[in-house]
Design a protein around this ligand. Structure first.
Ligand SMILES: Nc1nc2c(ncn2[C@@H]2O[C@H](COP(=O)(O)OP(=O)(O)OP(=O)(O)O)[C@@H](O)[C@H]2O)c(=O)[nH]1
Ligand SMILES: [Mg+2]
Ligand SMILES: [Zn+2]
Length: 287
């Protein structure tokens, strides 16, 4: 396993850094000069030395990328978690998360949880919507041990993204009995008005790292550049170079390849509509 010869920050508690280093987790402090620059975050790869009885982070290596929610660096993929029911499945929410993740150049993997609560037909319908468009898709229920995720996670840094109560922490608990992360019935979580999971931490699973993260309460598109989104929606990406205009938003421009493919049902109508709604949202949020 080459990747984890690297030293990686797995958790930050005030100014103490938990760093995976030489096959174990050590606690380290940051050099004074480090704190003046970019603040290290979970997922950062670091150079670390043992000096005067303690581990000291000497340098943070350049980041490949970083997500803001959750705040994690060097993310290889995001598992977009959505429950089949409780809370209700929402194509809108899944697609908005796909867009945000794709804008960061991070690969989305769709994970449908709580499939024990819906019919096989309904499950298949959701699965087809995403597999047809080329997404990786995994369906889970509470009787699964979640080992289906093993291949997906191996050797990578992954984050779990999804609203509160969809079962993100439950997935990790099923993958490793030692974790015993706190989970909670959604009715209770909503009643308290708080999320069950409240901090960022990377957990070691299947020779990879995965961050359990608090569910979000809202998604913000105000800083998204519509043209960038138009290029990066994964469903559109294979075709965008064939639109007549380089700055095509795929709305009402002539000779738009995306609209052509949409007519031929080669691009999902659901995703296209969700994309158009997000364009409107960007306009509104900018006002
Ligand atoms: N029926 C069913 N319930 C599930 C399944 N997975 C999780 N749950 C339940 O869903 C509830 C919420 O699960 P959590 O794992 O706490 O959800 P979370 O996404 O981590 O929530 P936050 O930490 O608040 O963001 C718990 O009561 C779980 O027992 C499943 O596959 N089927
Ligand atoms: Mg949780
Ligand atoms: Zn176009």
């Amino acid at each position: 396993m080459t990747m984890f010869n690297k030293s990686v920050i797995t958790r930050i508690v005030s100014n103490r850094y938990h760093v995976y280093h030489n096959n174990k987790i050590v606690e380290a402090v940051a050099m004074g000069k480090l704190r003046l620059g970019q603040k290290p975050i979970v997922g950062d790869e670091v150079k670390i030395e043992f000096l005067e009885e303690k581990y000291v982070i000497q340098e943070v290596l350049p980041r490949r990328n970083s997500l803001i929610r959750p705040l994690v660096a060097n993310v290889d993929q995001a598992l977009i978690v959505m429950s089949a029911l409780e809370p209700d499945f929402s194509y809108t929410l899944v697609d908005r998360l796909i867009f945000l993740v794709a804008l960061e150049g991070i690969e989305p993997v769709i994970v449908l949880t709580k499939t024990d609560l819906i019919s096989e037909e309904k499950k298949n319908e959701i699965e087809l919507e995403y597999t047809q468009a080329g997404y990786r898709f995994i369906a889970l229920n509470k009787f699964d041990d979640a080992s289906e995720l093993s291949d997906v996670l191996a050797g990578k840094i992954s984050v779990l993204a999804g609203q509160s109560g969809v079962g993100k922490s439950s997935i990790l608990n099923r993958m490793n009995q030692d974790f015993s992360l706190q989970t909670q019935e959604i009715s209770k979580a909503l009643g308290r008005g708080k999320h069950t999971t409240r901090h960022n931490q990377l957990y070691n699973v299947e020779n990879g790292w995965i961050a359990d993260t608090p569910g979000f309460s809202s998604l913000n598109f105000s800083k998204v550049d519509p043209l960038e989104l138009a290029q990066k929606v994964p469903d559109f990406a294979p075709f965008v170079s064939e639109c007549r205009y380089r700055d095509c938003l795929h709305v009402s421009e002539p000779s738009c390849k995306i609209k052509e493919e949409l007519e031929k049902e080669k691009i999902s109508k659901v995703r296209y509509q969700n994309y158009c709604d997000v364009l409107d949202l960007i306009k509104e949020e900018r006002r």
